[in-house]
Design a protein around this ligand. Structure first.
Ligand code: NAD
Ligand code: ZN
Length: 344
């Protein structure tokens, strides 16, 4: 089979011929139809310090996908051959206290598909049946291949009751844009999203009824005034990974405001803790998705008309992966879909 792999501890990726994996008794073999490129894949491609510490080549990368079950182990009852499926990319240990309590998203020893074990950028992927999610075949394949990041956006946004609230999202990357659409769909009052990249803000703008702010030339205080807001934002979703954006968010929250922290900050990013204390803010770290409550919620949101398709900017054949990674690194794209059916 074709597979996109990191072969050596150095920048780059190669399309290789690899053996089709053999499913064990509790595994499922999936014929991959579409994948999408995540920021994590770009880090692995560029071989930055995180990748150097985390990735053990040779390894097939990728974790955002949709595909069809083509074989399964003899103990698998959850899915059948022919089912259209996604996969939860965090394989939980099953042994820790949280796993035992059914709180798998809080597992203290997860293994990442395409990070700690072979991934989905291939014609076939083999994962445990416990990580396979049956999906609604009426949802377009391109959208289904983005369910992993849509899950990050959903999990971060739905931590809080959004109805009637003023929501600030920092970072209009794919996840920030999807979170903005979720906040809109969840009957938030004002939804404001910030970025420093006009291409990204243009995507957010096309999602409809969202106030976009380029923080290089506008202040959140002025935006509040122009929207008739008086006391600050009720909900913050930090989705930039930039400490400047987090500090700006904290300075613009209402007393009692609640913040989801999804963006991955460099090192020990500093904030004004007195603002957290005196303004009585709640900060919550968000990682991954809730297994499988988030999958349920985001499916229902899409079925109810949530449209994330404006976030998908490019659809490429998987053999054009190099162009896809170049586009991702340039910041001039939203989600990029790689098609594994054509020519496969
Ligand atoms: P992305 O890098 O595509 O988007 C981040 C955006 O933030 C970019 O458009 C960038 O221009 C913008 N930005 C930079 N500085 C800014 C500033 N000062 N103010 C406002 N915006 C600014 O990332 P993504 O794929 O959309 O993911 C969002 C974040 O979430 C990233 O930090 C990513 O690493 C992280 N992430 C976390 C999890 C998790 O489980 N916690 C999962 C996936 C992604
Ligand atoms: Zn565990």
């Amino acid at each position: 089979m074709r597979a996109l792999a990191k072969l050596a501890p150095a920048p780059g990726l190669e399309m290789i011929e690899a053996p089709v994996p053999e499913p064990g008794p509790t595994d499922v073999l999936i014929r991959v139809k579409r994948t999408s490129i995540c920021g994590t894949d770009v880090h692995i491609h560029q071989w930055d310090s995180w990748a150097q510490q985390t990735i053990k080549p040779p390894m097939i990368i990728g974790h955002e996908f949709v595909g069809e079950v083509v074989a399964k182990g003899d103990q698998v009852v959850e899915v059948d051959v022919g089912d259209l499926v996604d996969g939860e990319g965090h394989i939980t240990c099953g042994q820790c206290r949280n796993c035992h309590a059914g709180r798998r998203h809080l597992c203290n020893d997860t293994k990442g598909v395409g990070v700690n074990r072979d991934g989905a950028f291939a014609d076939y992927l083999c994962i445990p049946a416990t990580n396979v999610v049956k999906v609604d075949p009426d949802i377009p394949l391109d959208v289904l291949s983005c369910f992993d990041p849509l899950g990050n956006a959903t999990h971060a946004a739905l931590q809080w009751d959004l109805v009637g609230e003023d929501v600030l999202i920092t970072g209009a990357g794919p996840i920030g844009c999807m979170a903005a659409a979720i906040a809109r769909k969840s009957a938030a009052r004002h939804v404001v999203i910030t970025d420093v990249n006009p291409d990204r803000l243009a995507i957010a703008d096309s999602m409809g009824a969202i106030t976009t702010v380029d923080v290089r030339n506008a202040s959140l205080a002025d935006v509040q005034k122009s929207l008739g807001m008086k006391e600050g934002f009720d909900i913050g979703l930090e989705m930039s990974g930039n400490p400047v954006a987090l500090r700006d968010m904290i300075a613009n929250m209402a007393h009692g405001g609640r913040i989801s922290l999804l963006g991955i900050m460099p090192g020990e990013a500093a904030i004004d803790w007195n603002k957290v204390v005196f303004n009585m803010l709640t900060l919550r770290g968000i990682y991954g998705r809730e297994i499988y409550e988030t999958w349920y919620k985001m499916t229902a949101l899409i079925q109810a008309g949530l449209d994330i398709s404006p976030v998908i900017s490019h659809r490429l054949n998987c053999t054009d992966f190099a162009y896809g990674f170049e586009l991702m690194a340039s910041g001039k794209s939203g989600k990029i879909i790689l098609d594994w059916e054509e020519g496969g």
